[in-house]
Write a protein that binds this ligand. Structure first.
Ligand code: NAP
Length: 293
């Protein structure tokens, strides 16, 4: 059963509160997306942005219980630090080493990471299977961790490509510790085998910030020549909606995906954890698209 009463839009004494903790937080699209979902289901609940300084994170998380919030999302720079303030951690947060969703239940905080679920949703919609398939993950940061763990769980062979090699090597080590049977290798952008490795892959995911607004003009994380039409090219960037990499991939005949659906579906997974209700993902996507140029 939902923890939130159905009711007319507007605030009253029964209104429940959700939110996002970030620093800064004013760039976040989550309030628009989640309020659209709450309104669409007529739930008496509001989702608010909270600017929480890093040194205040512990106090802010403890306040969820005092203030009787249902839960929060966490964004930069809180996702990793929050791990140690949770009472329980879902496997999704343990593996990735970061929490993006906190649920309060009976005074206890449980940390989840819904990015892997969000990432996989559009591929699953396409009936894409990566069992034993070669896949490429560009990047070695937080998003790369969620993507690489999800791909390994789906049975893919993963090549991690990152500017800072030790960061990717550390991720490869952790993947192998969690999944000893998995096939993971690390390559640098200058590696002479990169082109042929990409050409043997069925999926290439850009998890780097290259191509993201406002430094988006003509910037791609890899040589465009490396792309072939058999690749699905998936860029987690959602602003601009079509990055330079995706434009080039589309013109080469590749199937392309941007980061909008992932953003929606990681939010939808969090929404379901907090409310027990399936959100209207179409309304969430429309709310995001209205915020993007
Ligand atoms: P992060 O932890 O800061 O990692 C950033 C990554 O980008 C690192 O691997 C970094 O390489 C790489 N990078 C940055 N500048 C580079 C450059 N000039 N050349 C090559 N590599 C470069 O950030 P994150 O949280 O993983 O986010 C990464 C991207 O994913 C962002 O664009 C974010 O918007 C997007 N994202 C989208 C969603 C979604 O729902 N669609 C969710 C999460 C993230 P080094 O390790 O060498 O520094």
């Amino acid at each position: 059963m939902s923890r939130i009463a159905h009711g007319k839009p507007g605030l009253d004494g029964k209104t429940k509160v959700l939110g996002v903790f970030g620093y800064p937080v004013d760039h976040s699209l989550s309030p628009a997306m989640h309020n659209a979902a709450l309104n669409s289901l007529n739930l008496n609940c509001v989702y608010l942005p909270f600017m929480v300084r890093p040194e205040d994170l512990e106090t802010a998380l403890k306040s969820l219980s005092s203030l009787n919030l249902l839960g929060v999302n966490l964004t930069i720079p809180h996702k990793e630090t929050a791990l140690k303030f949770m009472d329980y951690l879902d496997d999704s947060a343990v593996e990735v080493g970061a929490v993006n969703t906190v649920n309060l239940h009976e005074g206890r905080l449980t940390g989840y990471n819904t990015d892997g679920t969000g990432f996989w949703a559009p591929l699953s919609d396409m009936h894409y299977s990566c069992e034993n398939a070669e896949t490429i993950v560009l990047g070695g940061g937080g998003a790369a961790r969620s993507v690489a763990f999800k791909l390994v769980r789906e049975g893919a062979k993963v090549t991690l490509v990152n500017r800072t090699l030790p960061r990717a090597e550390q991720l490869a080590l952790e993947l192998q510790q969690h999944y000893p049977e998995c096939s993971v290798q690390v390559l640098g952008y200058e590696n002479r085998h990169l082109k042929e490795t990409i050409q043997q892959a069925s999926l290439l995911v850009n998890t780097t910030k290259v191509g993201m607004y406002p430094h988006h003009e003509n910037s791609s994380p890899i040589e465009i020549d490396f792309l072939t039409s058999n690749l699905i090219v998936y860029d987690l960037v959602y602003n601009p909606r079509e990055t330079f990499l995706l434009q080039a991939a589309r013109s080469k005949g590749c199937v392309t995906l941007n980061g909008v659906k992932m953003l929606v579906m990681q939010g939808a997974a969090a929404f379901e954890i907090w409310t027990g209700c399936r959100p209207d993902t179409e309304a969430m996507e429309q709310a995001i698209l209205q915020c993007l140029p």
